[in-house]
Write a protein that binds this ligand. Structure first.
Ligand SMILES: [Fe+2]
Ligand SMILES: [Fe+2]
Length: 334
């Protein structure tokens, strides 16, 4: 099935000669590394791809607060609690910048929330896994934020201006997230054998879902070819996954941990690691809504939406009254 989707996708990537003049002009600007800004002409497919990608990215930041927020009240020390609180608040900020960037493409925040709540829009599959111990919080920072950085650093050079600029700040904050996670684990592995075992268990559970964050192999990825041509995407999923493995394996060694992959080994010839294949069936199953925490995560977001209804209603009522008062004052002045 996926091979077929690729074929259709590849057929959509057209050469400059096949394009209408305005589309060719757009592609030439992208090719020259110029940024595309909100009010400029863009192909409908480019707009739609960005809306999908940016809104799903925003949803991931917001839903991503849930597994970690779960541990704020149980952080082992005041210092760890303050760090985690700051980190989770950063994720809220990331969501907000990204919703704003998506709004510049003509979709409203309410529409995006509706797509999330109805299951039409996806978010990163990783956030559908549970955080069972404190070591999971360290593992999320180290591995999940680590993988997010790999994905997001190239997005700073994305062709769409508002998305690229949002990424600059987000990437700075993500690197703090990655370090705080690694630091928490580095402390734990020097603790009791039980603490070290807890860290190893967290790595065992988070390793493969982290590798899945880069998406399926490029031959199975529906959107890759056109996104690369539009410079929405700069690297293939497999390239980024390779980089992540090569960066993370020495860090695991430094922590004295074993990466749970029997096929993992250094390949001198390619100057990188060989590693096993993630379970893509599990990935597609989680994306389809059947992960361990999908229902819980969506319920939490829907509850937040309905709990906030009184506030949105209040804002709308105030805005209407203020507009009426302004209109009345204008009539009185005439
Ligand atoms: Fe983030
Ligand atoms: Fe983060």
């Amino acid at each position: 099935m996926y091979a077929q989707m690729v074929k259709t996708d590849a057929a959509r990537v057209r050469s400059l000669d096949e394009m209408e003049p305005h589309e060719r002009a757009f592609q030439e600007r992208v090719d020259a590394g110029q940024k595309i800004e909100p009010k400029e002409w863009m192909p409908e497919g480019y707009r739609k791809t960005l809306v999908r990608q940016i809104s799903q990215h925003a949803h991931s930041e917001i839903v991503g607060q849930l597994p970690e927020g779960n541990w704020i009240s149980r952080a082992p020390t005041l210092e760890r609690k303050a760090i985690l609180l700051a980190k989770v608040q950063d994720e809220a900020g990331h969501g907000l910048y990204l919703y704003c960037a998506a709004e510049t493409l003509g979709i409203s925040r309410d529409q995006m929330y509706e797509q999330l709540h109805s299951g039409k829009a996806k978010y990163s599959s990783i956030f559908n896994y549970p955080t069972l111990t404190w070591a999971d919080i360290g593992a999320i920072g180290w591995l999940v934020d680590g993988a997010a950085i790999m994905n997001q650093v190239p997005l700073q050079r994305c062709s769409y201006g508002p998305y690229a600029r949002a990424m600059v700040r987000i990437c700075k904050e993500e690197s703090f997230h990655q370090r705080q996670g690694f630091d928490a684990l580095a402390r734990m592995v020097k603790g009791t054998p039980a603490q070290k075992a807890m860290v190893q268990d967290a790595l065992n559970r988070w390793w493969w879902p982290s590798l899945m964050m880069f998406g399926p192999s490029d031959d199975a990825s529906v959107h890759s070819a056109q996104s690369m041509a539009w410079k929405i995407k700069q690297n293939s999923n497999d390239e980024l996954r390779q980089k992540f493995v090569d960066q993370t394996v020495p860090q695991a060694k430094y922590l004295g941990l074993t990466v749970p992959d029997p096929d993992l080994k250094w390949n001198e010839e390619k100057g990188g690691h060989d590693f096993g294949e993630p379970d893509w069936e599990e990935f597609f199953n989680v994306i389809a809504g059947n992960g361990p925490c999908n229902a819980e995560r969506l319920d939490a977001r829907k509850k937040a939406w309905s709990d906030g209804a009184w506030f949105r209603d209040g804002l709308t009522a105030h805005a209407e009254k203020a507009a009426d008062r302004r209109a009345a004052a204008k009539i009185a002045a005439e």
